[in-house]
Design a protein around this ligand. Structure first.
Ligand code: GLN
Length: 467
């Protein structure tokens, strides 16, 4: 998709201005229903498009992303643009600098259309926790688009943007991508700078692309990845790590814990058919075991709130407060946090402070860190036997809006297949692989730590096999 648009711009079949105006028109037509966008950056986008058109007119070369429209989840900072993170507490906050990913995309000439809706502070699996409104699944407007990057997934699925960026702490790129039927890539931890991403759980958070094809995901990832002096956990993922797997020489593992009860029968069947096709092309398929899988979700729901509660401590009302009327400092804190944060965020702050509190720290947080180590070791071990793992992305189809809002535990179960990759820091990608009852079915392919480029490559091959 990106390559084709690029070619059209180069061949002057379309101008950047026409391209960008066309996308805003699609947004005008569709977004009143889908509600993927929280804000638009139309004037700036059109100005940028004009400059690119002048460049093309002069016969200057343009690079692959120049003039390509994109949107970002509202927890990433864009200088001069509001960044709410889906929260009332940041309703009036305007960013004063660019996140590193934005800086890189700007340098390459990609054009920002706007910011996309999300669950408040990226906590949720449906965008129903957004303080503003719920995004609808473009495949069925009565259903959720997944979350927390639901706006980013819906924008790509409804062709309101060529690509978007999301963030993934426990599945927030892959699960909504799966629910909306688009590609969503969660890179290895540290492969993309988190500078300018409003933090949820810093040891799990990562930014990645949502796109219509794996090739597009690769183009965007190549642009945004790399070491950043502003994020000490980032590093350069040299392309040396890119082993070109031929499907005949590739071993795929099917972790048996991911195909047990709770998985929808139609999803199971579709993935089984894809696996058959891959096998018929000569790949080796092997059943493997990741025995600690059942501890991944409880482990995540201790580590994530612990880190989130510390990260959110900065919203004390001294900065970013939506409250202007308060009699004393104590009241400022209470009113800001009480009114500014929604129910799910408050729930996780309480959980997080509890598991970190003296007397409980050893029993919960420390234990969860030990389990985390165990899960990471199991991945290391399994990747000595197989090259990649294939699993479902989500156990169910996109659910109806409102179906799970009053039942946080059942909402948390949406992440059962995605959290492990964040816990272990390994790269994982959502690939749409079928449909049932007009709803998308997706699978997840997981690679070993730092195998991002190889994973993208092998996923391209699978995408070709199933299309
Ligand atoms: N849905 C998960 C949660 O609610 C994952 C969130 C995320 O990846 N940001 O925590």
């Amino acid at each position: 998709m990106i390559k084709e648009i690029h070619q059209k711009l180069v061949n002057r079949e379309i101008t950047a201005t026409e391209l960008i105006s066309g996308y805003f028109q699609t947004i005008d037509e569709k977004d009143s229903q889908v509600k993927a966008f929280l804000s638009l950056t139309k004037d700036e986008a059109l100005q940028r498009a004009k400059k690119i058109d002048e460049k093309i007119k002069k016969g200057e070369e343009i690079n692959i992303l120049e003039g390509i429209p994109y949107a970002v989840k509202d927890n990433m900072l864009v200088n001069g643009v509001k960044a709410t993170a889906g929260s009332k507490i940041l309703e009036n906050y305007t960013a004063s600098f660019d996140a590193t990913v934005i800086k890189k995309l700007k340098e390459r000439g990609a054009i920002l259309l706007g910011k996309t809706n999300m669950d408040e502070f990226a906590m949720g699996s449906s965008t129903e926790n957004s303080a503003f409104f719920t995004t609808k699944n473009p495949c069925d407007l009565e259903r959720v688009p997944g979350g927390s990057s639901g706006g980013s997934a819906a924008a790509v699925a409804s062709k309101m943007s060529v690509f978007t960026l999301g963030s993934d702490t426990g599945g927030s790129i892959r699960q909504p991508a799966g629910f909306c039927g688009v590609v969503g890539f969660k890179p290895s931890y540290g492969a993309v700078s988190r500078y300018g991403l409003i933090a949820m759980a810093s040891s799990l958070d990562i930014i990645g692309p949502l796109t219509q094809s794996v090739e597009d995901a690769e183009i965007v990832f190549k642009t945004i990845c790399g070491k950043d002096p502003m994020d000490s956990t980032s590093y350069n993922l040299e392309e040396i790590h890119n082993t070109q797997y031929r499907i005949q020489n590739t071993v795929f593992g099917l972790p048996k814990e991911y195909f047990q009860e709770g998985l929808d029968g139609k999803i199971k069947k579709t993935i089984a058919e894809v696996i058959k096709k891959i096998k018929s092309k000569g790949a080796t398929i092997k059943e493997v075991s990741l025995p600690s899988t059942s501890y991944a979700l409880p482990c995540y729901y201790i580590i994530m709130p612990a880190e989130a509660s510390s990260n959110l401590a900065r919203f004390d009302g001294i900065r970013y407060s939506p409250i202007s009327n308060y009699p004393n400092l104590h009241d400022l804190y209470f009113k800001t946090r009480g009114k500014g944060f929604g129910a799910e965020v408050r729930r996780r702050i309480v959980l997080g402070t509890y598991v970190l509190s003296s007397g409980y720290y050893e029993a919960y947080y420390k234990k969860a860190q030990q389990v985390r180590k165990l899960i990471a070791q199991e991945f290391d071990k399994v990747f000595q036997e197989v090259d990649f793992l294939i699993t479902p992305t989500s156990p169910t189809f996109p659910f109806k809006i409102g179906e799970k809002v009053d039942d946080p535990l059942s909402m948390y179960l949406s992440d059962i297949f995605t959290v492990s990759a964040n816990i272990a820091g390994v790269p994982a990608i959502n690939l749409p692989c079928g449909q049932a009852d007009n709803l998308p079915i997706s699978m997840q392919i997981i690679g070993s730590y730092l195998s991002d480029f190889s994973l993208l490559n092998v996923t391209k091959t699978i995408e070709d096999i199933i299309s």
